[in-house]
Design a binder for this molecule. Structure first.
Ligand code: FUB
Length: 378
């Protein structure tokens, strides 16, 4: 949005409306507010509407604790860095937690839960977080670039799910890359899934040490197995890995690993794990092809057999999600760029997720095709 229009939007409502501002442009809590005139599609084109409009949010990791729904998203801001293929334009500096008593009910935007300035080892780019609960402690897991420009994963703790969280002085030993997702199995053991290629730097960590001069994108070997997301068992205190991170195999229906050139199916970023009827569902983004895809396995370590797509491409470049059960139904939290029309300024959403009788997931179209049944979950 041009600077002059931004200035007009700060004037009284009548002037602001003439300048094309929407009421949702007015910040309600002094945080980064959505800009005007962003959406080029009517709201009715979208399967669901943004959960919050006061701040931009993305990468929603949802959890149900004590009957309440908590969402741990990235907090997008409109920084100065131009868009590039490595996500330099995702310049997030803090986190806010969202909470709601029920899906469809009012959403509370919490105060700053963690700021990069309070994380001794982190420099910038607080990307997609997740959270976990053990006993009466809540753990916020987050990726950020350290002072050398390498992504590491940190952890911060709080007695309140909304924060504020206090960060550990160092990143988790042996952590690298981005997008932590922590899953706790029925036996109480927790695992962290993580990794992301391109700007997520997984390809720069293949030797076990960060290589700042490594490939910008992937291994550059389309006929070889694609780079794998990682999983590590968490220590009893939830602050460290209890093992060296392992590679996760995502295989086709013949048991062959998906190849680097298979951009429609291979792992890119945005790991999530959930369990349904005793099976482990590992889901992820395919990045440059913009799908949310998944595989099913019999162990939290995989292998996971590719089963299809959960979500077709949303508006905006990135797609990132979480899946939780609440109220006897399953829910997909995801994000798009409906409010801003810009990839760097996203908004989180939720819609119901449904299974077929064989345990596969019905693919969701994030847009409503008016006059047809295409907008409904298939
Ligand atoms: O939000 C920043 C990055 O973009 C996340 O870490 C990725 O998953 C993608 O959504």
């Amino acid at each position: 949005m041009p600077q002059i229009s931004r200035a007009l939007c700060a004037l009284p409502l009548a002037v602001a409306l003439l300048a094309g501002c929407q009421q949702s442009d007015q910040p309600t809590n002094n945080q980064t507010a959505p800009q005007a005139g962003a959406s080029r599609r009517p709201a009715s084109d979208y399967l669901s509407q943004p959960l919050v409009k006061d701040i931009y949010t993305a990468d929603p990791s949802a959890h149900v604790w004590n009957g309440k729904i908590y969402v741990y998203p990235s907090h997008d801001i409109d920084g100065p860095t131009p868009e590039d293929d490595l996500g330099g334009h995702f310049e997030m500096r803090d986190y806010h937690v969202l909470s709601m008593d029920k899906i469809g009910g009012p959403v509370t935007v919490g105060p700053v839960a963690l700021d990069v300035k309070d994380v001794p080892w982190a420099d910038k780019q607080m990307w997609a977080p997740d959270a976990a609960k053990k006993g009466d402690t809540y753990y916020l897991y987050f990726p950020a670039k350290d002072k050398e420009g390498a992504f590491r994963i940190g952890v911060a703790t709080s007695k309140n799910p909304m924060g504020p969280f206090k960060a550990q002085p160092q990143p988790i030993k042996g952590s690298f890359s981005i997008d932590p997702a922590v899953f706790t199995d029925d036996d109480g053991q927790s695992y962290m899934y993580f990794g992301g290629i391109w700007g997520g730097q997984l390809q720069r960590n293949v030797s076990g040490k960060y290589d700042p001069n490594g490939s910008k994108t992937d291994l550059g070997q389309d006929d070889k197995p694609a780079l794998s997301p990682r999983v590590a068992k968490m220590s009893a205190d939830m602050l460290e890995f209890d093992e060296t991170p392992r590679e996760i195999r995502i295989v086709d229906d013949k048991g062959k690993p998906l190849l680097g050139g298979d951009h429609d199916r291979r792992f890119f970023e945005a790991s999530w794990m959930h369990k349904y009827k005793g099976k482990y569902y590992f889901s992820y983004s395919t990045g440059d092809t913009h799908y949310l895809a998944y595989g099913i396995g019999d162990s939290p370590y995989g292998p996971f057999t590719y089963k299809g797509r959960i979500l077709e491409p949303v508006e905006g470049w990135t797609t990132h999600h979480s899946i939780v059960e609440w109220g006897g139904k399953w829910w997909l939290f995801y994000a798009d760029s409906q409010l801003s029309g810009q990839t760097r300024l996203r908004n989180v959403k939720v819609t119901e997720l449904q299974y077929n009788p064989d345990g596969t997931i019905r693919t969701i179209n994030p847009f409503v095709a008016h006059g047809t049944k295409d907008g409904a979950p298939r």
